[in-house]
Write a protein that binds this ligand. Structure first.
Ligand code: GMT
Length: 373
């Protein structure tokens, strides 16, 4: 198959899934062309004669245009790629702008079918905005095939947009070789003393992540036992979380590490993962933690219960219930058997429910069906 992939290049879950899927599809012998404004961050170091290939979207600044037109520029570059490489399928991660651009390129070329994968914020936030409602619904309805990363997201899309469009659920996957427990004492010593519990949060620090709840939960845990918190990632709410940690007197034990690529190194030595989001279509970061045998304490929001099984691989509490989350965290951290049991169950789930060998074939079958119509 010859496939074009449109995704966001930034360090978000959708870009991670799109890139790793594209790499695996290329390894399975298919021709993969990434099309985007920048190279997806996990693509660097890959590629070459056998692909996957990366085509940068051309941009054009003109005084009359008050704003750039990213979807038109992407449609134009995708059109060139479809014609030159005889691409049969455009896989758009995110309804707008990527599916819109792919539908446009299909109309121009009269070729290349469109498969759209919904990841979450394109529907739950951006798509629900009146400014993008009609264009998002159009992108969903005009795609030849639509997938969503959770049952929650598929159902919410149908409800929010009042559409009967069939949406296939294909869960996200985790590279279990890369994300595994490596309890290296030297690495751990860089972040915590031997007697301290190591809690971790990874996100883009947007309001839906409720990073202040992470700090509140940690503050309660740290008042009961020696502990440290690693905050990985960056985004608009980082200063608020930092200020709250200062107010609560835990700044010396809370470390804001910013964004860095080898998050698996930290997960591989951590004790507990916190994800108190108000909205989360799937929670790829929680799955990566589970693959590293790290129990998860999270909010019972969106698609998280499809990933984290309450009582088995972690504990789920109501959104905003920081007391409940702190209580759960302390229970897991104080009971070594429970902690080990949950960690092992998380790893087991990563291997048996979310392994690439299970998920990538589902995408390949969807590609084949979409191409043959
Ligand atoms: O907000 C984020 O976490 C980034 C966002 C993205 O577009 O990369 O993540 C969404 O897609 C991920 C991959 O499918 C999911 O694991 C995240 O749950 C989802 N985020 C939200 O729904 C808020």
């Amino acid at each position: 198959m010859k496939v074009a992939v449109l995704c966001h290049a930034s360090a978000g879950g959708s870009g991670v899934v799109a890139t790793e899927l594209g790499l695996m599809v290329a390894r399975a012998g298919h021709e993969v062309h990434f099309v985007g404004s920048a190279q997806p961050f996990r693509l660097s170091g890959h590629g070459g004669m056998a692909g996957p290939y990366f085509h940068q979207v051309s941009s054009f600044a003109y005084a009359l245009f008050e704003q750039p037109f990213p979807e038109l520029a992407a449609a134009n570059t995708l059109t060139e790629v479809i014609l030159e490489h005889e691409v049969e399928l455009s896989h758009a991660h995110y309804a707008i702008p990527h599916a819109t651009a792919a539908i446009h390129a299909k109309a121009i070329t009269g070729r290349s079918r469109v498969m759209t994968t919904l990841h979450g914020t394109d529907v739950t936030l951006v798509g629900a905005e009146p400014a993008f409602r009609h264009t998002t619904r159009h992108a969903i309805e005009r795609s030849d095939h639509v997938t969503a990363v959770s049952h929650f997201l598929a159902q919410q899309t149908q409800e929010l947009f009042g559409t009967g469009r069939e949406i296939e659920v294909i869960h996200n996957f985790v590279d279990a070789e890369r994300f595994q427990r490596i309890p290296d004492p030297a690495v751990r010593a860089r972040f915590a003393h031997p007697d301290e519990a190591l809690l971790v949060h990874v996100s883009n620090f947007r309001p839906v992540k409720r990073v202040e709840d992470v700090v509140q939960v940690f503050s309660r845990v740290a008042s009961e036992m020696p502990a440290r918190l690693l905050m990985i990632g960056d985004g608009p709410d980082r200063p608020r979380a930092f200020e709250l940690a200062q107010q609560l007197g835990i700044i010396g034990r809370t470390h804001f590490l910013g964004s860095f690529p080898d998050v698996e190194t930290v997960l591989g030595i951590s004790d507990l993962f916190l994800l108190p989001s108000s909205k989360e279509s799937f929670g790829l970061a929680a799955l990566e933690a589970m693959s590293c045998e790290v129990p998860v304490v999270a909010a019972r929001a969106g698609g998280i219960p499809e990933v984290v099984e309450n009582g088995l691989t972690g504990v789920l509490c109501a959104v905003g219930d920081v007391d409940g989350m702190a209580h759960a965290a302390l229970r897991i951290l104080r009971d070594r058997d429970l902690y080990l049991q949950m960690g092992r169950a998380g790893r087991q789930a990563a291997l048996t429910r979310f392994h690439p060998n299970l998920i990538v074939p589902q995408y390949l079958r969807a590609y084949e069906r979409t191409i043959t119509g």
